[in-house]
Design a protein around this ligand. Structure first.
Ligand code: GPW
Length: 842
């Protein structure tokens, strides 16, 4: 159906184009209008929630205008687009970001004040969009911000979960999960009830042969579920460019089937069908760095991938280009292996539905896809049982087998008579049951594969993907070190520091667009007024966190104390246990001191936060120990301000925005070789905090950038981990004596029943200490002592902080996105000035 308005009627449209508010009076008018009409309320019935809604709608109106223009511009320009496929987008709140990017936050501030509200309170009304677990999901969100800010024509594709990551409550020291029903009111999404795709599951494959002998496969039968698009505008900073994030929601495919059931009185079963369909996009799987192989998860993956590809192909087909030009128009980035079925689905579309030859189709597929690996942990590498794939996606399994056959044949040609390599690289693992190795499929179906920090990229090339480097050559495997958006993680989270920096390096619209400009700060490192202002900003941020801790936990912490922070998902490889054992050691030492001695110890606040996957028993035990230690230490009259231990409940993006700017020291202490990159390490340093960390992930590059003298590194190196583990099992291995003291204290019941923490102790003493907690304990304690000494010299400490910030420009996600664009996607920005004009007949 032609939806375009004919030429003669367009004048009426042009003269009535929407524009959004200009200036404070119009802003106020728009807010009042939205309260009174959109929300049907009044000044006698306008709470902060309503003010939030109306403010958001006023900014949304402005956003949407640029969004429409950007989409039109991209359509007319007809250039190559990037599609970022991610099962997770950990967006956080949108209003503050919209105000920053649309501009006019000041207008909103004074307008809201006229209307009786404080802008900070209004911003806090919004629920976080928490459609992700941790680093991987937040990286996707930072990438969307950079793609828009750099004017790249790009779309994100994901799932519209009804429930994001669960909310964490701590009850009696234990984690309790509460559902996150965030969609209650969400002004940032636009349902597109006209953009739907019907997705098929189960069924069987029939093959037909035509007169020329060509065989075609037909996937028939099974169930159908409808995907409905929900679009979220993604505004760029200091550019009108506004990209689109399309999230799919599942519904029952409206069918006569349901209707017939309903009419025949089978109402309950028709409702059950409806609910089964809606289940697909109902909830985010809460596992971080862990693959559990659940059927519903595979359904989610195919549902999202198939809907997204249908959409991408539909858009391409409008251009009427030949298929071989598909990779000139489309780059698809796979965020980890979760969307790997997209490779198989595109091959299926091309051969079964579009009639291309296998080889032509496969060339197009390989030229289209790129894959990012985010972990080397074996338990996180996705595998699906052949039986499950066969059952759910029978045609896809056939194609996977064919991909594998042709791949292994080509390997055989290059490495004749090497049976070993064939079984090692086979996409099908010949285990019981047989498994599809998704990472291998992703590598074979892509033209580039990247790791997310230098060490990690080296590790994948030399360990888990070694054979593939031999087969495809080294150029296929590249590194793109992760980054973070300075808009949210400096300017929004830390306006005090951002404003101070602006006085030295030029306005925010300069350094927030080119973060390397921070290096100008180094010229001011000895400027007394600047240093004083720097210290004041940090103290104010610490006071803000101290207030937050007081209201949420009841504990009083002294903002003068060193704030030592570890906030991230709870995982044995991230080693929160090392941190809390270190805290216990410190506590025991304090207890053994005289009051006079204790007064000389630099006071510390150890702050933890993070969620455990609901089924991860050991991670839950770690949370319980932290809370138990917190209770004992914080209520011990001998200790006072010398040590406080705080667990912040329900760590999420919005809480990170309060916590990150307030840290003096943050902990990034994973067992060497296990954390692919880490990204909060970058956030903390960018906000003027120092790091204690292992030689792992991006810590190594942070060290290279800021200088060894500005970071507290400790522990064993990645290259020694295997030998150490071997020695745990086969050598005579003793627990570190300091750690033994800690275990003795736990055993004596100081922190409650030993039984509750026995698992954590056994992991070290009896089960091989896989994460090297004991091996690194001494080095960790020594380095913490060095931290205390350094912090005592505040002048030197501030010099370290300022110097570090000035050297953090490399870690902007803008740099990352430019690297992806050049090395992997071959796409260029589309400058908003370029006025392509209106095509005839469009
Ligand atoms: F296992 N990451 C994550 F690789 O947050 F899939 N969740 C995950 O499930 C995985 C990785 C996966 C993280 C890495 O742990 C972290 O080191 C990295 O900085 C981040 O992904 C972004 O690359």
């Amino acid at each position: 159906v032609e939806a375009s308005i004919p030429e003669p009627q367009r004048e009426a449209w042009l003269k009535n184009q929407a524009s959004g508010f200009k200036g404070k009076d119009e802003f106020e008018k728009e807010v009042v209008r939205h309260v009174e009409t959109t929300l049907a309320r009044s000044m006698f019935n306008c709470d902060e929630t309503a003010a939030y809604a109306a403010t958001s709608l006023a900014f949304r109106d402005r956003l949407v205008i640029e969004w429409n223009r950007t989409q039109q511009r991209q359509t007319f320009a007809d250039t190559k687009r990037v599609y970022y496929l991610s099962l997770e987008f950990l967006m956080g709140r949108a209003l503050d970001n919209a105000m920053l990017n649309v501009g006019d936050k000041e207008v909103a501030k004074s307008g809201l004040s006229d209307l009786g509200f404080r802008i900070e309170d209004i911003i806090q009304q919004e629920n976080d969009a928490a459609l992700g677990n941790g680093g991987l999901g937040r990286l996707a969100a930072c990438f969307l911000d950079s793609l828009a800010s750099l004017d790249y024509p790009a779309w994100g594709y994901g799932l519209r979960y009804r429930y994001g990551i669960f909310k964490q409550e701590i009850i009696d020291g234990y984690q309790v999960e509460v559902p996150d029903y965030w969609l209650d009111f969400n002004p940032w999404e636009f349902p597109r009830h006209d953009v739907t795709v019907d997705i098929q599951f189960y069924g069987y494959v029939k093959k037909t042969t035509d007169d020329s002998g060509k065989v075609t496969a037909h996937w028939e039968g099974g169930d159908t579920v409808r995907a409905v698009a929900y679009d979220v505008p993604i505004p760029g900073y200091a550019t009108p460019a506004t990209n689109n994030l399309r999230l799919w929601s599942s519904q029952a495919a409206s069918g006569e089937f349901d209707f017939q059931k309903f009419n025949s009185g089978d109402y309950e079963s028709s409702v059950a069908d409806q609910q089964r369909a809606e289940t697909i996009s109902a909830v985010l799987y809460p596992n971080d760095n862990l693959d559990r192989g659940k059927e519903l998860r595979l359904k989610q993956q195919y549902f999202w991938v198939a809907a997204s590809l249908y959409d991408i192909v539909r858009r391409f087909k409008k251009s009427k280009r030949p298929w071989r030009e598909f990779p000139d128009q489309v780059a698809i980035q796979l965020n980890d292996t979760h969307p790997t079925l997209a490779i198989v689905e595109l091959q299926r579309i091309l051969i079964d539905l579009e009639g291309l030859d296998w080889d032509d189709a496969w060339n197009i597929v390989q030229q289209t896809f790129c894959y990012t690996n985010h972990t080397v942990l074996p338990e996180a590498l996705e595998k699906w049982s052949v039986g499950l794939v066969q059952h759910l996606l029978p045609r896809h399994l056939q194609i996977i087998y064919d991909i594998n056959l042709f791949f292994l044949q080509s390997v055989e040609r290059s490495f004749p008579k090497n049976r070993e390599i064939l079984s090692r690289v086979s996409i099908i693992e010949e285990s019981q049951p047989k498994m599809v190795r998704m990472a291998y499929l992703a590598i074979v179906g892509s033209h580039k594969v990247n790791g997310v920090a230098e060490l990690h990229s080296d590790l994948i090339r030399t360990t888990i993907f070694k054979d593939f480097v031999t087969i495809f050559g080294p150029d296929k495997f590249v590194n793109v070190t992760n980054g973070i958006t300075p808009r949210r993680w400096l300017h929004q989270a830390n306006p005090g520091l951002s404003d101070l920096i602006a006085t030295k390096v030029g306005g925010p619209e300069l350094f927030l667009k080119d973060l390397t400009l921070l290096n100008k700060l180094e010229l001011s490192v000895n400027d007394p007024a600047f240093r004083k202002a720097w210290a004041e900003v940090k103290l104010a941020n610490k006071q803000r966190l101290a207030d937050y801790i007081k209201t949420t936990t009841g504990y009083t912490v002294n903002p003068i104390a060193l704030f030592d922070v570890q906030v991230k998902r709870i995982h044995e490889y991230k080693r929160q246990q090392l941190n809390i054992f270190g805290v216990i050691y410190r506590y025991l030492k304090l207890k053994a001191m005289t009051p006079e001695e204790r007064k000389k110890v630099p006071p510390r606040v150890s702050i933890f936060g993070g969620k455990a996957a609901p089924g991860y028993w050991m991670a839950k035990q770690i949370i319980h120990l932290i809370n138990s230690v917190s209770k004992v230490v914080n209520n011990d009259p001998d200790i006072g301000d010398a040590l406080k231990v705080i667990f912040i409940e329900d760590y999420n993006v919005s809480k990170a925005e309060i916590i990150v700017p307030a840290s003096d020291l943050s902990e990034h202490i994973s067992t060497a070789g296990t954390e692919a990159s880490g990204t909060s390490n970058m956030k903390f340093v960018l906000n003027g905090g120092l790091i204690i960390g292992t030689c792992d992930g991006a810590n190594i590059e942070i060290t290279r950038e800021i200088g060894e003298e500005n970071i507290f590194l400790f522990g064993n190196l990645a290259e020694d981990v295997d030998d150490l583990r071997h020695n745990h099992t086969y050598g005579d291995h003793k627990t570190d004596p300091g750690l033994d003291q800690v275990f003795d204290a736990i055993h004596s019941g100081t922190f409650g029943s030993v039984h509750d923490f026995q698992g954590m102790i056994s992991a070290v003493r009896d089960h091989g200490d896989y994460y090297l907690v004991s091996d690194d304990f001494h080095s960790y304690l020594e380095t913490q002592d060095l931290v205390d000494k350094s912090y005592a010299d505040q002048e030197l400490w501030i010099t370290k902080c300022i110097t570090s910030v000035s050297r953090m420009g490399f870690f902007s996600s803008d740099r990352c996105i430019n690297e992806y664009a050049e090395m992997m996607w071959n796409v260029e920005p589309l400058q908003p000035e370029t006025n392509i004009g209106t095509k005839k007949g469009e």
